[in-house]
Design a protein around this ligand. Structure first.
Ligand code: NAG
Ligand code: NAG
Ligand code: NAG
Ligand code: NAG
Ligand code: NAG
Length: 398
């Protein structure tokens, strides 16, 4: 009897040992190979051009039969324009950055209008790191009206999907900081973007022709839009973001082209604007277009001295070229502003300046209270229809 029990105990012992061993072996099989950029000749001295080392590490990770990793250790790595191209053999590439990547000091040397470009990639996860675009010299050139190049976007993804970017910092981009164009299933989480308040065209995050995008828990201070939303967006969620200085969150400019994809299903929630030019803006060119904006929610938003806290501007026509006297073709409907509080830096705290040809439809204001220097703020409407709950301040003009 006791012999049988002992035998069973021994059997159980061996079985569990066997299972644990399989477990460990299983884990090992799933671990990714990680390529350290130092093994490809990158130097963390802030001087040596490490572009080729990074591209070689990418080629290995991308060509790997298994999910692969790239590791960038602490230190400063100088990189010129780099194009990280797919399609990859590996199903996923995780890039972990503990160091800082710095752009060349000569802004003429950054080709392709992008500094770091990812194209046709699927399953890229970038975690940590600092990207320093060294834009100040170019901003000075632009601000002094000299002849200067447009400048490079710091980090761009085109025609890609399943991208996560987290705990990354982008400083002083020459142009836009982070751009997604033609992408699907994107998450940006815990990212900080900074550039001087007077730096031209340094939008924080720009998205267009993309779907299923989330921008979460991020702080953005720049000289231009905090987040700009171009044509062809569906299912975009922005949550827990602080903006300022800068130009705020903007849907548009839209409607520059006659044939243009619309923007739909955008939610902006728990956002704080501090000293920005705009808060939540929808903007379109005053010219014909088949574009549209629909199903938009701006909710739980704090405004601190924002010049135009709530604004729809459908008469955008810079330098009065190519559009004076024309009406915007962009159709705007179902836009909700809910739980929006704070201070306006101008008397007109709410401005709905819609197209004379296609009025804005079903705009809703609910639990909105904006004040102007302790005086009554104003709301201004042109061709705007919708409803407002009774407590809305300034008094609605819908
Ligand atoms: C991105 O993050 C989400 C959750 O935050 C996760 O489900 C998804 O697998 C991640 N994608 C990649 C490519 O790492
Ligand atoms: C971003 O800024 C916040 C607030 O200053 C800070 O707590 C956080 O650690 C920063 N994140 C990164 C990735 O540096
Ligand atoms: C937003 O922040 C709140 C409070 O810090 C947190 O509970 C919530 O999960 C955050 N939302 C997202 C999508 O991370
Ligand atoms: C937008 O949201 C509505 C309502 O939730 C949904 O029915 C529709 O399919 C969504 N459209 C897109 C393109 O995601
Ligand atoms: C708003 O920005 C100003 C100037 O940058 C800063 O001093 C202040 O602390 C910020 N306020 C909040 C509530 O973040």
């Amino acid at each position: 009897m006791s012999g049988t029990i002992r035998f069973l105990h021994i059997l159980i012992f061996f079985c569990s040992f066997f299972i644990v061993t399989i477990g460990i072996a299983g884990k090992r099989a799933a671990t990714t190979t990680t390529y350290n950029v130092l093994s490809f000749g990158a130097r963390a001295d802030g001087e040596t051009d490490s572009t080729h080392a990074f591209l070689r590490a990418w080629a290995e990770a991308c060509g790997s039969p298994e999910p692969a990793g790239i590791y960038v250790p602490p230190g400063e790595f100088r990189l010129g324009s780099a194009r990280f191209r797919g399609r990859c053999r590996s199903k996923a590439v995780s890039v972990t950055i503990d160091g800082t990547l710095v752009a060349p000091s000569d802004y003429w040397s950054v080709a392709w209008k992008n500094w770091l470009l990812f194209e046709h990639v699927d399953g890229v996860n970038i975690r940590g790191g600092v990207l320093d675009g060294r834009g100040a010299a170019l901003w000075r050139c632009k601000n002094s009206g000299g002849s200067c190049p447009a400048g490079a976007t710091t980090l761009r993804f085109t025609n890609s999907k399943n991208i996560n970017i987290s705990h990354l910092t982008s400083h002083n981009s020459q142009m836009f900081h982070i751009v997604f164009n033609g992408c699907h299933n994107i998450e940006v989480n815990g990212v900080n973007v900074t550039a001087a308040g007077n730096s031209p065209n340094t939008d924080g995050i720009h998205v267009q022709l993309s779907s299923h995008v989330a921008i979460l828990n991020s702080n953005i201070r720049t000289g231009d839009d905090c987040i700009s939303i171009g044509p062809g967006i569906s299912d975009l969620r922005i949550e827990n973001v602080t903006c300022g200085p800068g130009h705020g969150i903007s849907i548009g400019s839209l409607g520059k082209e006659m044939k243009e994809a619309g923007v739909q299903n955008v939610t902006v929630k728990r956002v704080e604007f501090n000293g920005t030019q705009n808060g939540v803006r929808i903007k379109s060119w005053g010219r014909p277009s088949n574009g549209f904006v629909k199903n938009i929610v701006f909710q739980n938003i704090a405004m601190l001295d924002v010049y135009n806290p709530i604004i729809i501007d459908q008469n955008y026509c810079p330098n009065h070229k190519g559009c004076p006297g024309q009406a915007s073709g962009v159709k705007i409907r179902d836009v909700t502003y809910k739980d929006i509080h704070g201070t306006s830096a101008s008397q007109v705290a709410i401005k709905f300046d819609c197209s004379s040809k296609h009025s804005c439809k079903r705009i809703r204001l609910e639990d909105v209270k904006l004040t102007y220097k302790k005086q009554a703020a104003r709301a201004l409407c042109n061709h705007a229809g919708g409803t407002a709950s009774p407590s809305v301040q300034p008094e609605s003009c819908l």
